[in-house]
Design a binder for this molecule. Sequence first.
Ligand code: 28F
Length: 640
Amino acid sequence: MENNNEHYDASDIQVLEGLEAVRKRPGMYIGTTDVKGLHHLVWEIVDNAIDESLAGYCKNIEVVINKDNSITVKDDGRGIPTAVHPKTGLSTVETVYTVLHAGGKFGGGGYKVSGGLHGVGASVVNALSKWVEVKVYKNGEVNFIRFENGGHTVEPLHVIDKCDEKRTGTVVTFKPDPEIFDTDVYDYNTLMVRIRELAFLNRGLSITIRDDRDEEDTTGETFLYEGGISEYVKFINQEKTPIHEDIIHLEGEEDGVQFEVAMQYNTSYNENIYSFVNNINTHDGGTHEEGVRRALTRVINNYARKTGMLKDKDESLTGDDVKEGLTMIISCKHPNPQFEGQTKGRLGNSEVRKLADSVFSQGFERFLMENPEDAKLIVNKAMLACRARNAARKAREITRKSEMATTNFFGKLSDCKSKDPKVSEIFIVEGDSAGGSAKKGRDSMTQAILPLRGKILNVEKARLDRALSNEEIRTIITAFGTGIGEEFDLSKLRYDKIIIMTDADVDGSHIRVLLLTLFYRFFKPIVEAGHVYAAQPPLYCIKHGKTIKYVLNDDDRDKYLATLNPNTKVDIARMKGLGEMDAEELNETTMDINKRVLRKITVDDCVAADAIFEKLMGDEVEPRRKFIEENAVYVQNLDV
Ligand code: 28F
């Protein structure tokens, strides 16, 4: 008995030291303590429920944002074991919630299958919460445990109620500690989008999300996809035009590694290939993606040669050709994944390459044989892409030879004096008159100005060869210095910042979106590396006595006004468009490195971004207008 007690004390201290370490360096465990880290806590708990479903015991998961911004996650799995854990002398529930890395250490046998980058689980959430309550339904009993202030057990596990013998599962509610996180407000959409993705990736699993802060949300949204990743492909392609009706779905398994892929071609010129390992997006690809890409190119070429669509003299189709207009989801479930690269976004396990290649090539070859009409459409599309690629190369050669040499180009671009990309920036400015003021108001050492005269081409609907025939686009490419298409080279970028400077009106936002489409489609690495910004010209100029303050929007105006003495009659002027500002004003409000506000453009959710571009740039006018009017993502401060 005494021995036991001693053991309890010792492990108790160890436990609290472990959780204290998490509180001291939360970033090590959840990345950040901003809004992203706040949401990460939800995924740690949801992951545990998904693991239980992957183990084959859970069919329904429910996530609720409570009124106080605490989160409840519920599953109908077996329930976390309640018996005393032999290694800790505590109940297993308490062990899982208080011992760091309990999942890995005590789980054994590859139990953990899903899990985020920092898949360290429940104890980390507990360490970073104000309070946590866990209910386990098991053997006709409801077990309850409560922790407070970073994982201190205040009520050890005990039975609080009876329940139906058949009812099993785990319910966890946690309130993130406001002392740890910058914000305590959950975003419904962020949670919903990932939950929907998890439902696509785990077919047959039902996941519900409900927002109890919203009086009107009484039922929540339930995501359940019997078709799994096939339905994901359908979802991504819903605003596009598929070239064949059936979604191709292939799967296989070897040595406990599951591999599956779903795909469908559409009439667009873009690829939408997303790969996952254990439900985690592998944004830098890896062996599973490589296996599929290699097999895709090989199978299409073999088929095209065998059927005579490609003649002996014709060059083979490349990987770029066969992925034009391809929407594809690759999902691999691996008991021992090796994530590589700086952001751990690449799968490294070499055996997966072979599995992916063989599952894909066998299944896809069979599909082509059994569906000759679809096969013909697919091969034809790749052959057109090949022709366009060659045309683009010719156009590029002409561009390279002539463009830099023509006075035309240098007439447009007012380059900066510095040739050091690290300090150089380029403003892409709407219209000649704003261009003129910008030229006068700039710091000519580091700031280059490129005024756009005509509208740039909508590249959503154009292949590279046609984009290259557009003069504005050619000028942009030449100015960037990176080249485009096959020869794109990020290290040759001549500017650290590419700043889009357009008016805060509908025309301005349209041009901004055209530019973003261009960058997203043809210069994605530039966006991903964080080089693209939107300038934010102010909407109001507020004069108060001798002080002049520029504000970006109505909110900031009201906030600023509230700080002023109400008895002084203040002068508020609406700012003119960029074109009407003189050089000094433009410098003062929008360009001066020390005073301006820039907004970095990112592509962190490619699926969402793609849907946005599709809506904005697709054939249908009405959704575009609606989106521009409603959306605040790319057209913030828009005054319509
Ligand atoms: C709302 C969040 O956390 N669900 C969970 C289980 C089920 C088991 C388990 C969890 C076993 C050895 C640790 C039950 N019966 N939802 C959840 N459901 N954890 S978490 O086991 C914990 C591991 O050490 C479970 C038999 N085996 C496993």
